[in-house]
Design a protein around this ligand. Structure first.
Ligand code: PBG
Length: 335
């Protein structure tokens, strides 16, 4: 058996010997958590400068919608804490049927990306790529007359958006829409524009989860009708998650993602073992909101719960953890 040494049992073998002091425990710790693995998500809203620059998200204490200048300041804070990057979500001033704000070269995410890269060139800007924050109906793509999402027409718009984001200076493109074939189309579009060095972090196994509730409040992206089960994955499926991941890898994904994180630790482990790819896990808005609510009620110790949670996501096989706790965790890990 790999990694197993047949030992002489108790009393000679005493596993508590290596748990006796902090320095011994540190010496044999199998999973390390540090700020360099954590990505800080931010919501940037068009026009918020005129309304004070920050707008709190009720279900997510400590997370605000930000104006572009506040986003630049917060990105600076993230960089100062040793976080490698930020993940940007844009909230446009106006939404329409197609989600045209997504590929507008002067759109909110493009402007925010330029401003953040100008001020903090070493910080990675990862652009979330989806149409749901930009469409009036809140779905992640173009609608057909019957209300279903038209896969191939949506993929074209996503590829166009990716090019616009990368031209604005995004270091990584992160498609979160779950349309079939989008990774290959985005890769081809980027390569055609001479952007072959821009990596794709694909939300490969993204489940149709109730844990996205607070995010949809934050981005105003709750579907006006129906739900996302026609494109996001059934929470019961793990073999299918591997198929999604393999296809994305074949289409050119550089990093694959599993989302949400905590209810899907088994999926993270299987993806890591099966592919050996860099794996990201998204500790989503609902996971954050639950910890915040329990901590505010005095039921759990927030710092301890957050560090244990993030460690468990890393232990499951995630190299990168996207989490709204990133700034706090980076602070706690310093002390
Ligand atoms: C956009 C997108 C969503 C999240 C990330 N990208 C929402 C959704 O699919 O409804 C969720 C993030 C979170 O809950 O923190 N498609």
């Amino acid at each position: 058996m790999r990694g197993y040494h047949a030992g002489v049992p108790y009393p000679q073998t005493r596993l508590r010997r290596l748990r006796r002091t902090p320095v011994l425990r540190d010496l044999v710790r199998e999973t390390r958590l540090d700020a360099s693995a954590l990505v800080h998500p931010m919501f940037v809203e068009d026009g918020l400068d005129r309304r004070g620059g920050r707008d709190p998200i009720l279900a997510m204490p400590g997370v605000d919608r930000l104006s572009i200048s506040e986003a630049v300041a917060e990105a600076g804070e993230a960089a100062g804490l040793g976080l490698p990057g930020v993940l940007l979500f844009g909230i446009p001033g106006e939404k329409d049927e197609e989600g045209s704000g997504a590929w507008d070269d002067e759109g909110v995410i493009q402007l925010a990306t330029r401003a953040i890269k100008d001020a903090h060139p070493d910080l990675l800007v990862i652009a979330d790529l989806c149409l749901c924050e930009y469409t009036s109906h809140g779905h992640c793509g173009l609608l057909r007359a019957d209300g279903s999402v038209d896969n191939d027409a949506s993929v074209e718009l996503l590829a166009r958006t990716a090019v616009s984001q990368a031209r604005a200076g995004a270091d990584v493109i992160a498609p979160s829409d779950m349309m079939d074939g989008r990774v290959g189309a985005i890769r081809a579009a980027l390569d055609d524009e001479g952007l072959s060095d821009t990596p794709i972090m694909a939300y490969s196994a993204k489940f149709a989860s109730a844990f996205y509730g607070p995010f949809r409040e934050a981005a105003g992206s709750t579907p006006a009708f129906g739900d996302r089960r026609g494109y996001q994955m059934d929470p019961a499926n793990v073999d299918e998650a591997l198929r999604e991941v393999r296809l994305d890898v074949e289409e050119g994904a550089d990093v694959v993602m599993v989302k949400p994180a905590l209810p899907y630790l088994d999926v993270i482990r299987r993806v890591k073992d099966a592919t050996g790819m860099p794996v990201a896990a998204y500790n989503v808005s609902g996971e954050y909101a639950m910890v915040k609510a329990a901590a505010a009620a005095g039921h759990v110790d927030e710092r301890a719960v957050v560090l244990e949670t993030l460690t468990s996501i890393r232990r499951a096989g995630a190299d990168i953890v996207i989490t709204y706790h990133a700034k706090d965790a980076a602070r706690w890990l310093r002390t």
